[in-house]
Design a protein around this ligand. Sequence first.
Ligand SMILES: Nc1ncnc2c1ncn2[C@@H]1O[C@H](COP(=O)(O)OP(=O)(O)O)[C@@H](O)[C@H]1O
Ligand SMILES: Cc1cn([C@H]2C[C@H](O)[C@@H](COP(=O)(O)O)O2)c(=O)[nH]c1=O
Length: 240
Amino acid sequence: MAELVFFTGTMDCGKSTLALQMDHTHASRGRAGLLFTQHDRSGEAVLSSRLGLTKPALEVDDDLDLWEFVVDQVTAGRRVDYLVCDEAQFYTPVQVEQLARLVDEMDVDVFAFGITSDFRTELFPGSRRLIELADRTEQLQVRALCWCGKPATVNARVVDGVMVVEGEQVVVGDVTGETGPVPTVEYEMLCRRHYMRRMNSSAARAQSLSPDVLPFDLDLCALPGTAEPSPDGRAGPPAG
Ligand SMILES: Nc1ncnc2c1ncn2[C@@H]1O[C@H](COP(=O)(O)OP(=O)(O)O)[C@@H](O)[C@H]1O
Ligand SMILES: Cc1cn([C@H]2C[C@H](O)[C@@H](COP(=O)(O)O)O2)c(=O)[nH]c1=O
């Protein structure tokens, strides 16, 4: 029986890589699939992983009717056993409902991949509908890490080096620490504690260099549960 599965995690945890692996695994057993994406970092109509793999994909515009599109393909004689849907957080709730209908009425497996929440920690509408409708929601195993070394749970937006909590929900961008020109808008994965303190890696680095910071070990002096890792310790803001 076909399934609607939502694979989710923060940015940079391997979702697109897994999407391409799922396609490869199913295709190599003779199953016929279609790849969809929206606003991939590498451009239109491509599904790309940071590990370097890319594959052509169909771009999901807001007005694309996924049910109609797949039914038309099948009517034209094409077999469709599964769909791989990347960047599914950007799909509209109606498109997610169309995916669910394809599972239930056309027996097509749907593997959807996307982040759950935006830079304000609010659910994307598409992700919310996926969580509501999916047969299973799976958290990816490889977790991105905050600069402090803890598992990251939040995707923070950084504009010109400063973390922001207001702005448009959708701004395509990449993550910090990657090679290439530094973009104006980038994303950094943080643990909740550092997100709440608006402390991304460059803010932490600036604080650790500030003459206002007293020259003693904050870990020993802070109240229980509030200590920041020592700037000299193993986990701390990366040197910039
Ligand atoms: N050179 C590399 N060697 C091994 N793993 C890498 C390399 N570059 C990136 N990665 C891994 O690739 C993953 C990000 O892949 P990607 O599928 O693009 O993520 P997502 O779609 O979730 O944003 C991360 O887990 C990262 O650790
Ligand atoms: C948090 C957040 C992210 N985005 C964009 C940035 C990227 O282009 C994608 C996520 O891609 P990934 O493959 O998971 O790395 O989403 C956004 O538009 N708004 C946000 O708040």
